[in-house]
Design a protein. Sequence first.
Length: 339
Amino acid sequence: MENRVKREVRRKSKASGIKKWWSRLKTAPVAYHAVLICISLVGVILLSSIMMHIITRHGTHRTVPDFMGVKIAEAQQIAKTSKLEIIINDSLFVPAYEGGVVLDQLPKGGVEVKAGRKVYVTINSFKEKMVKVPYVAGRSLRQAKNMLEVAGLGIEKLVYEEDIATNYVLGEYVGAQQITDKSNVEIEMGSGVILKVGVQPENNTTIVPKAIGQSLQAAKSRLWEHGLNIGKVNFDEGINLLNQKNARVYRQSLVHNSTTRLGTSVELWLTLDAEVVEKSSAASDKAASELEEARLEAEEAKRDSLEQVQIEEQELKSFQQSDNQTANVVETEEDEFFQ
């Protein structure tokens, strides 16, 4: 009891001392405001530290589970237990896997993250989505290609037929079935249709575009736009349905910037090795530049040849006119002589 009384007396004495010190400090404005500023700064620093601790969830790190091969419902339960959130951002249809199974995730399993972090996953669809085939006949090849791509489809084959309009779509087919403006045909997303396209016999060539460095879909789109078919697609070891979107073309059977007939097939090779793609791209650009120079030289030589022919024709025409004039003069002189 006595100790408690002594502690209370000391506390009151200390509080009284602080109060007197504070009162004396107020009589010195400069020192008083300096102390207030220091106290305010300390308060701001402490408050910021507390807020950062709350916002960053310091000390609440979680290890992301490996959801690969796990059904989405089960994965969501596991994520909830780990205080994580699963977001489905894509789906693929891979027949080898069960529907609803997680095929890919980001961040990957084993990565340390903060509680509440979102984990984005790609799941396997239960079946491939079906889409309606748009009617594209009567349009240019470029317009038709764009319409098909917007619908999630592609071109199975370009079949060229003689017509007055080059690269004008004459007909559209799914297998043997012709598509009309009244058709209501659905096929699996990613499938292709057959297009019959017109071509003038004297205008049946195209310049091969550069596919190297492009994804498979982008490469296909470029080749179709230039009136070319897709030949065999070759994938390097390690490429599968999940990482195929990251693969890039590093080789094409027809050289970029070369000339070929419309409807020719171009074979493609893809890899995940960025260095291989970069080297191939540089080599392709060099070869394309050489082809362009050769083409320009050939066109210039042809132009010079045509100009020379025109000059010779003009000279021949002038000579014939001069010869005719001479003949007319001779005839006139003979007529005058006999008269």
